[in-house]
Design a protein around this ligand. Structure first.
Ligand SMILES: [Zn+2]
Length: 75
């Protein structure tokens, strides 16, 4: 009987830990629903092509679509 009790306590503890972990991640997701900077489109400083900020290469003087354009710099 006591083994069953321990098992139930372990399950409850596991569920609590999972829920706590999920609650810890949730506020960041809610923050991400706003127009996040990662989804924002930016123009390549060299060729002007638009791409998500998350995929842009940040180099001195601007944002670029590729390593090649980051190396070439502003046009
Ligand atoms: Zn480019």
């Amino acid at each position: 009987m006591s083994r069953l009790l321990v098992l139930i306590l372990l399950v409850v503890a596991a569920v609590w830990l999972v829920r706590r972990a999920l609650r810890g991640a949730a506020p960041q997701e809610r923050r991400g629903q706003k127009p996040a900077s990662a989804d924002e489109l930016v123009a390549c400083a060299h060729c002007g092509v638009h791409l998500p900020r998350a995929e842009a290469r940040v180099s001195a003087g601007g944002l670029y679509c590729s390593e090649e354009h980051a190396r070439l710099g502003k046009r």
